[in-house]
Design a protein around this ligand. Structure first.
Ligand code: ASP
Ligand code: MG
Length: 455
């Protein structure tokens, strides 16, 4: 059985929904179809909430536009005999949504939990509509079987419980049934409150279901032909990657390729279920296939990406011998708070420890380091603890990258020749990714340069 996931652009318009119908109706046998909210709607739901909380009357116009947009799609695509039923259900959801907006308008504030409820309406409505459009559609409500728990203040999937609830939910799936599931949304295991899997999380819903049910494949239907060797808006000769490994896709995603939501890969990787990236607007294109091992015909380097919003924390050692111990302590101090570290080291100075992190977490990481290293800072073993912002991580992803010393040197020299300063680079800990931390305003120049060297 396969699990398909259609993103927001795929379910965003009457035209694109016709493509979705064609794709789903042509599947023989049963399948599970996860859907996002109508394209752009989640952003709209959030901006409208912010308007209402800040006493901007125009939230009412936004609400009307949301109602109209759903009404047009229902009117154009839902069969006559289902019109009343779908209209009643979606109208009720829209009413509830509006009540939530009225609430924050009166409250003049937007509590996180209320925002989670508000954004859930996107997928709740799109799934009702898609169920009515496809043949043999039956809706399954993920609020009942996708569960989250709190982890450092964030909601993360409660994998164990979710797995058993998914198995239970789909035990009775009909023979030709196309089960339609709202992506992204979930409920808290402890409180039952509505939560979600994070922006872009519908992919993850698909992966959790595919893994729990041992699906044959997880198909991610989107608006591009697959993973590309680079962002085609920046690198003109970027091309589709036919095949890549789970690890390579994970690295490309965590360093800026926006094809799938990075956590998506873990559950299916674990079960060795292939992922295919396909284009709803170009259904006959082969797409990108992701499996566990490289193929003979694979290119050695898969792609070049860049991750904006990267910051670098660095400090100097008095004595090079301290490097392993202090690096370890620094890493532990930062990562025990759930902050993700990008593994790099200084390109030319062994007395400097460099730690790259996402800019959003850099301030917190710096504080944690100041605490951890306070004794060494005060006795002078460590100096110059500093934070640098406005950087980007340039990632070159492929197979056996640790062995590619010559390539790594060549990239370094080419960048430096173009006066692109390398603040830090990979430390050899990854066999899949070479990294260069550069100034963010140099990425448009660096990407095509590096792409032409390695692809
Ligand atoms: N609708 C949600 C978002 O826009 C989830 C998704 O599309 O994957 O983030
Ligand atoms: Mg997405």
């Amino acid at each position: 059985m396969k699990v398909l996931k259609f993103g927001g652009t795929s379910v965003g318009t009457v035209e694109s929904l016709k493509n979705v119908k064609n794709i789903v109706d042509s599947i023989e046998g049963n399948a599970i179809v996860v859907v996002s909210a109508l394209g752009g709607l989640t952003d709209k739901l959030i901006s409208t909430a912010k308007k209402a909380a800040s006493q901007d009357e125009s939230w009412r116009n936004d609400m009307t536009a949301i109602e109209d947009r759903h009404a047009v799609i229902i009117k154009s695509l839902v069969k006559d005999e289902l019109q009343d039923e779908v209209n009643t259900t979606v109208t009720q959801l829209l009413k509830d949504l509006k009540r939530n907006y009225e609430g924050i308008w009166l409250l003049r504030a937007l509590p996180d939990q209320t925002l989670d409820v508000i954004v859930s309406y996107g997928e709740r409505m799109s799934s009702v509509i898609v169920t009515a459009i496809v043949e043999n559609g039956k809706r399954h409500d993920s609020l009942n079987f996708i569960k989250t728990e709190k982890w450092y203040g964030k909601n993360i999937a409660d994998r164990k419980l979710t797995e058993s609830l998914i198995i239970e939910e789909f035990k009775t799936q009909g023979e030709n049934e196309k089960s339609i599931v709202p992506g992204f949304i979930s409920t808290d295991t402890a409180t039952g409150e509505i939560t979600n899997l994070g922006r872009g999380g519908s992919d993850y819903t698909g992966a959790l279901i595919a893994a729990a049910l041992d699906a044959d494949i997880l198909e991610i239907w989107t608006d591009v032909d697959g993973f590309m060797t680079a962002d085609p808006r920046i690198v003109k000769d970027a091309k589709v990657i036919d095949h890549l490994t789970f690890t390579e896709s994970m690295e490309l995603c965590s360093f800026g390729a926006k094809v799938i939501y990075p956590p998506t890969i873990y559950p299916v990787f674990h079960k060795n279920i292939p992922i295919k990236i396909l284009n709803t607007f170009h259904a006959e294109a082969p797409g990108s296939l992701i499996t566990d091992n490289s193929l003979k015909e694979d290119l050695p380097v898969k792609g070049v990406t860049s991750l904006k919003d990267t910051s670098l924390i660095s400090f100097e050692l008095k004595n090079e011998n301290e490097l392993p111990v202090l690096t370890n302590r620094a890493f532990n101090a930062i990562s025990k708070d759930g902050i993700k570290i990008i593994p790099v080291s200084n390109p030319d100075n062994n007395f400097i420890i460099d730690i790259a992190v996402g800019s959003g977490e850099a301030g917190k990481a710096l504080k944690l380091l100041e605490q951890e290293l306070a004794p060494e800072i005060s006795n002078g073993t460590i100096s110059n603890l500093q934070l640098k912002n406005d950087l980007a991580a340039l990632a070159i992803v492929g197979k056996d990258m640790r062995m590619k010393q010559r390539m790594s040197e060549r990239i370094k020299h080419s960048l430096q020749r173009q006066n692109i300063e390398i603040h830090a680079m990979s430390n050899g800990s990854s066999d899949t990714t070479l990294l260069y931390i550069i100034d963010i305003d140099k990425t448009l120049e660096a990407l095509p340069l590096v792409h032409s060297l390695v692809i």
